[in-house]
Ligand binder design. Sequence first.
Ligand code: ADP
Ligand code: MG
Length: 558
Amino acid sequence: MIRVLDPETIGQIAAGEVIERPLSVVKELVENALDADATRIAVRVRGGGLIEIEVADDGAGIAPDDLLLAVRRHATSKIANAAGLTHVDTLGFRGEGLASIAAVARLTIVSRTADADVASAIDAHAEEIGEPRPFAGPPGTRVVVRELFANVPVRREYLRSPSAEFARIAAWLATLALAYPQVGFTLEHDGKQTFAFAPDDDLAPRLRQVFGATSAPMVPVRGDDARAAVSGWVSSPGDDRADRRSQILFVNGRLLRSTLLSGAWSAAYRTFAMVGRYPYGVLYLSVPPSEVDPNVHPTKSDVRLRHGDRVVAVVKGAIASALRRGAAERLERAISFAPPLRESGSNGAASVDWAEPLLPAGGAHDAEKKTLRVLAQVDRTFILASDGDAVVLIDQHAAHERIVFEQLTANARAHAAAEPLLIPHTFEVRPEEADKLEATLDALAAGGLHVERFGENAYRVTATPARLVHAGRTRPFDVAEFIECLGDEVRGLDADQRVWASLACHSVVRAHERLEYPEMTALVERLQRCENPMHCPHGRPTIVRLEAAQIARLFKRV
Ligand code: ADP
Ligand code: MG
């Protein structure tokens, strides 16, 4: 039942809908169709929306008696009074959508409820509202909007080309479709179909439409606590974008922006993603309707959440654990050690026989798993390997950094004992270095490296991390190099982690350093045991995998 809201309620609703461009019309009409529980929504656009927009749905329909009210301002079936504003669970509730459209275009509604034998139609344009009349039509609602802005030429001046206006419509509709998988959506422009998503299909075609072909599979996210649940799909670390525009958020089915949650999303990528790059994907947050204020100004969509901190924690936790899982799975594909090469038969090249003792015991490994064989060092910087399906390249420095960084973090977490040096290593620093070093001493000690002041501008290392693995190499503590690393910006790491990241960076194998085969094998094997093996603490990738299919493309075989 549609009723006109009382003036008091109207006063509490944030300023009304503004129809600024064809997309605004499509939004109002599609949201109405979703509110009417449609399972199929067909959008047809002509001339970028300026000639005609038609949205047809198979939803609940509007009773003939209600048609007149539907196009009146502040008439809605979705809330009855101001109290209703605190638990809105529909996309619309202001009762202004259809009236605002009629004010700037010719509007025709044809609608039929499930129990009616025939549909009814009504026309509205500016102040003129026609009489409802019987009309042929299936159950559901079809709204046709023609001559948009014909009576407000100034609005037309702000519009882009028809194809640009249509592009906005297509991007918005495909994005919205991500949150309504049970609903089929079709979109057509000038008689040509742009997309058709079947109801209840899997999300893949919709994800592809919105994000394009992605370079790595997206990672599913799921998490909840007593009051908030989050799910969704996020990009793999490294497969990211230059801006936040592809971070899509639905709160209770409503497409919104949230600075707070975007922040949580990025924070979850700490140490996974490159500095200055943004993950992309779609998150669905559900919270009790009373926790969100949907009554924000229609053009400002930054959502306000009660208990925002708790929601942030849920979102961050869910994404971080999904990424860890994803990283482990990708590593599983990228690197898995196989039984000694001899088992693989004829292709046991003589050159690798001596590596056998370095490989883990064969029994521990699934015979199905691909053998990753270290083949060579390239440019004294990269480790070249292959598992028969792909060529795998490992950045030796980044990989070792990741290993040492995790070791230091683990030491600190476990309060691991440091190993005292029999003869402390003494070094001098310049005064400006002393300040920087001084600030890191506690964090270094937590990681297991004990450094103390020893005179004016001198320090000494009294203990080193006990379990620090160096792939067979140790280095003297080079403070200048260490402090230089400290200056690297590493977003998302806390102060202690930054110290460990630079300690890791300075104490590991560098690029342009020759590694022996056993060193390479050991490095790769240790990388495998890392929690986040795919990236160094600064976010750069450690492993790049070139699949056979990609190689075939390089040779123009496909
Ligand atoms: P609101 O969506 O804020 O209620 P609208 O002006 O968009 O305001 O719509 C007014 C009313 O018309 C809605 O409350 C609903 O009852 C009815 N209505 C509009 N579109 C549809 C539709 N596609 N199917 C069923 N009912 C609709
Ligand atoms: Mg509406």
